[in-house]
Write a protein that binds this ligand. Structure first.
Ligand code: SF4
Ligand code: SF4
Length: 388
């Protein structure tokens, strides 16, 4: 199949934070040292080459940027300071934008003005929504449910969940189509000796649907554990995995509490310390606060290769997540201290931070990477099985 070439690709990728790929002279050192590179999916040299020759469609079909867990080994050994680890990071941003049909992801990653305006716009919308539709302001005690009914918030949460999932899954479908490639490659040649018509097999993109189901464990295990992080050789990568796991599990527990168990989480009476909902809330808060603080300090001090280069979207993600957690803690304390007006005010500020973060980050930016990484591993497994 002919490959279309885009000579401006390298320049285009600079908007996604990619700087040094042009200096690479394709020695292959990086691929040799990468613990995650395999015979079937060698990287990062191969995708850097695609980038240099402007092979945009080849890049779109490449799962490799999602298989890199950014340990930085390749960047440390590159003789040309091409920073291949950071090139892979830039490619992940670029691919996220390519999968997204709305164009929001592209604008979010390539324009700081858009990024900040989108966050402020959504925050203002949430703030105005509360100003217009808040419930009764009870001042002699904290009555959060009278101010913002947990039933109404629960319904709005579910609507948001459906809309964000729709965008995220639509983008994931485009990614899957690109990585699996031409359905014709999976067709078996018809055996002229066989008697009778072949049994009808349900397929998606040329691959039997049953194969997608039989390999689903690969997707679920990698999604829940992101265990490939630990496959890199360096010790600091182990720490990176713990931080990642803390952020992921902390986020998932809080997500469960505010979306599925909100009526137990947002109550006017204070639950006993050992109540499971309170304990899950404490774990989620600790995990998110520790994980995001560690990553923010790392990026500030540039302590590791993974934190050496920070795109504005990296900062936005961590700051929004940190502020969401911090304001969540403040609400807890103002409730315990029986400060009604402070509780309602901080609650609104908390929502003004949390909602833009979810709306922008889940389907269009960093949170989507959480799905794309295990999805790439899963698709490669399905593809290998289908070809075999
Ligand atoms: S990125 Fe560096 S190590 Fe990798 S092929 Fe290019 S020059 Fe060699
Ligand atoms: S950053 Fe680590 S995992 Fe990624 S390509 Fe380089 S060596 Fe491989």
């Amino acid at each position: 199949m002919a490959t279309s070439v885009d000579p401006g690709l390298l320049v285009q990728l600079e908007e996604y934070g990619l700087k040094d790929a042009a200096t690479c002279f394709n020695c292959g050192n990086c691929t040799a040292v990468c613990a995650l590179s395999t015979e079937n999916t060698p990287f990062p040299r191969k995708v850097i080459r695609y980038l240099q020759i402007g092979a945009a469609d080849k890049l779109l079909q490449s799962p490799e940027p999602w298989l890199c867990y950014y340990c930085g080994d390749c960047s440390e050994t590159c003789p040309r300071d091409a920073n291949p680890g950071e090139v892979m990071m830039g490619l992940r941003r670029y691919l996220t934008a390519q999968y997204d049909i709305t164009g929001i992801s592209k604008r979010f990653y390539t324009s700081k003005v858009f990024e900040i305006s989108a966050i402020l716009f959504l925050a203002a919308l949430v703030g105005l929504g509360f100003m217009a539709f808040h419930g009764t302001i009870v001042t002699d005690r904290v009555a959060l449910n009278a101010f913002a009914s947990s039933h109404v918030i629960e319904v709005l949460d579910l609507i948001m969940l459906v809309v964000l999932s729709f965008f995220l899954l639509t983008n994931a479908r485009r990614m899957a189509k690109a990585i699996l490639g031409d359905p014709g490659q999976y067709e078996k040649p018809v055996d002229p000796e066989s008697s009778g018509p072949a049994a009808e097999v349900k397929k998606w993109n040329g691959i039997p649907v049953s194969l997608y189901f039989s390999e689903i464990k690969e997707l679920l295990v990698n999604f829940a554990t992101q265990k490939k992080f630990k496959s890199c050789d360096t010790k600091s990568q182990d720490m990176q995995w713990y931080v990642h796991l803390l952020i992921m599990t902390g986020y998932s527990s809080i997500f469960l509490l505010v979306v599925v168990f909100l009526r137990w989480f947002q109550r006017d009476e204070i639950l006993s310390f050992w109540h499971p909902v309170r304990l899950i809330g404490y774990y989620g808060t600790f995990a998110l606060l520790y994980g995001t603080t560690y990553a923010l300090i790392g990026r500030w001090k540039k302590t590791k290769m993974v934190y050496k280069f920070s795109h504005s979207s990296d900062w936005a993600f961590l700051i929004l997540l940190w502020l969401t957690t911090f304001t969540g803690i403040l609400i807890h304390f103002t409730r315990l201290l029986e400060m009604p007006l402070s509780t309602y005010t901080i609650y609104v500020i908390h929502m003004m931070i949390a909602i833009p973060m979810l709306v922008l980050e889940v389907p269009f930016a960093k949170w989507a990477h959480l799905l794309y990484r295990p999805l790439a591993l899963y698709l490669m497994r399905v593809k290998e099985r289908a070809v075999a």
